[in-house]
Design a protein around this ligand. Structure first.
Ligand SMILES: N[C@H](CCC[C@H](N)C(=O)O)C(=O)O
Length: 271
């Protein structure tokens, strides 16, 4: 089966073109694809399928021809992937399935508007982040308080004093399952300058990643909240690069790179 490999600030994905909507991806198959030793390796899978062939997206088909069927590395589903949708859009244009410029993509969190040129950064309208108060996470026994922010998927964004570079994020942070019954992506954040923060993230379903697009939006919301603001442009420094988040009164925008690095054939009789 043909695949393409891509990343956005080193949050990497296996792209699976499925133009007839025939692939039935089990969680186990996704986990094999994402295995960095026995498979291709990635933080997630982006299946590229016409919205009309995807039950989760067929009602979006009139507005968005293609559905981003995102899966986490453990095979679990997620509503949205901010780095992934930039890479997905880059693939559509590179494969001649969409024209450069502005177009819509169907997701489990509804239709998203993307804007991209032949090269350079991609900007995504990520919608209005929803803030549901505060919650807590524990990392190596230390408690951190954070903001419960939903960007289509759940986040706990914690602005902390401890240097995030020194955190051990090998294990999943403990969190309040009453608040996050379906799990949560946890961001640990340090302010580093005027409207600039540094962030590390432990992602639901993928573990620590070098970047998280929806997490960068949640991070900007929490950093703005800590500064007594609700709108503005924030630079979010992640391990894999820098993302720009624009918060306005009605929505949020994520801007960053999207790179296709390889393509090939994947041999797995199960898929
Ligand atoms: N792990 C996330 C989905 C991927 C988010 C991240 N890779 C991004 O770029 O937004 C979740 O289960 O909600």
């Amino acid at each position: 089966m043909r695949f393409v490999k891509g990343h956005g600030t080193e949050n990497d994905f296996v792209i699976l073109p499925d133009l007839e909507g025939r692939l039935d991806l089990s969680a186990a198959a996704v986990a094999r694809l994402c295995d960095r030793r026995a498979g291709i390796g990635g933080d997630g899978v982006l299946r590229v399928v016409p919205s009309k062939f995807a039950p989760e997206a067929d009602e979006q088909a009139a507005r968005a021809e293609w559905f981003m069927d995102y899966r986490n590395a453990d095979g679990s589903l997620a509503e949205m992937c901010g780095n992934g949708i930039r890479v997905f859009a880059r693939y559509l244009v590179d494969a001649g399935l969409a024209s450069p410029g502005e177009f819509s993509v169907a997701t489990r969190d509804g239709v998203k508007r993307v804007r991209l040129d032949i090269t350079g950064d991609v900007t995504v309208d990520m919608g209005r982040p929803k803030v549901y108060g505060e919650s807590r996470a524990w990392v190596n026994g230390r408690e951190y308080r954070g903001l419960n922010v939903n960007v289509g998927n759940p986040h706990l964004a914690c602005v902390i004093d401890d240097p995030v570079t020194e955190l051990d994020l090998a294990a999943q942070p403990r969190f309040d399952r009453a608040v996050y019954p379906d799990g949560v992506n946890v961001e640990l954040i340090n302010p580093v300058g005027d409207h600039a923060v540094s962030m590390r993230v432990y992602e639901r379903g993928s573990g620590e990643t070098r970047s998280c697009g929806t997490g960068a939006v949640a991070t900007a919301v929490a950093a703005a909240h800590a500064a007594g603001e609700t709108t503005g442009v924030w630079k979010v420094r992640v391990l894999g690069g820098t993302l720009k988040i624009t918060l306005d009164a009605d929505t949020s925008y994520l801007t960053g790179p999207a790179t296709l690095v390889a393509s090939g054939e994947y041999h797995d009789t199960e898929i």
